[in-house]
Design a protein around this ligand. Sequence first.
Ligand code: UT7
Length: 325
Amino acid sequence: MRRAIIAGTGSYVPEYRMTNDDLAKIVETSDEWIASRTGITERRISTGENTSDLAYEAARRTLQIANIDATEIDLIICATITPDSFMPSVACIVQERLGAKQAAAFDLTAACSGLIYGMACASSFIETGMFQNILVIGAETLSKTLDWTDRSTCVLFGDGAGAVVLSASDSCNGISAIHLLSDGSKQDYLCLPALPLINPMIQEIENQPQVITMKGQEVFKFAVRSIAVHINTVLEKAKVSEEDIKYIVTHQANCRIIEQASKSTKIPIEKFYMNLDRFGNTSAASIGIALDEMVQRGLLTSGDKLILVGFGGGMTSGAILVEWK
Ligand code: UT7
């Protein structure tokens, strides 16, 4: 059976580390509050690089690791809620910079579930035989969308990019189960407005600031529920038991969300990989950054089964069960 395998991973984060103490100089907060409520101790913040810069560097490293030439890439999907521009897409900018001359390219909006949605699309394109090699990037400069006077949001997020290249394989490993869900009735849980509606036909202009707003506790509960539902569903779909899973890599939002999910699924916390302490919540980038770090640390060997789980604004959520190549 033709399946999509993960042929390589890569990531890139801006150099500048903003600590909790640095944030305490900007808003009324403390290292104690942030670390105990979220598990975050520092995050990377752009000092000039935009989303396409982070995406390009993560993509370049991914192709190098996968030993695939840019001209062999058939499609580039960039998941982001913080593009440089609505058009051109980040994916098209990256395509040009990589020299991926044969590739189609588009951006995808599924907030913090973006990498999972992108990998699900890529896997389907590969299984149908339409494409051979697909680069999926999650990249964000969330720092440009934050209200830096709002301590309830600005302490949570960071900038960065993570990527995977999916390739067609006739082996039976690779992606074996995918589950995606959305719930638009919870659209007000996490919001980031785009351009206001202004035209000659409109008398009253409603100007919303273009910053992230959030119903934190609602998002928290949604996240814990979603992780459990998605893990159980992909295990069922792939006919695999929880004991066979080596690692679960969820969207890196808050260690308390992950600890609650571990309790409610009765899956040992040691199986949940976490690196949010050093990067904060990087939305669509977080799962790719974590996965690449695991590869660099030599944690994954051929045959290991992993579950990747995303949840975020929309609300969106999804999971992928993959066997390491
Ligand atoms: O990708 C998905 C993105 N979003 C998320 O993952 C968010 C999920 N939600 C959460 O992680 C948590 O709800 C938060 C970390 C955002 C907040 O934690 P919480 O335990 O739900 O705190 P809270 O909102 O109930 O606030 C408790 C107190 C409040 O003060 P009062 O009303 O009790 O006096 C807040 O004003 O903490 C205050 N507070 C802060 N204090 C110091 C809120 N933010 C801060 C802060 N520093 N940064």
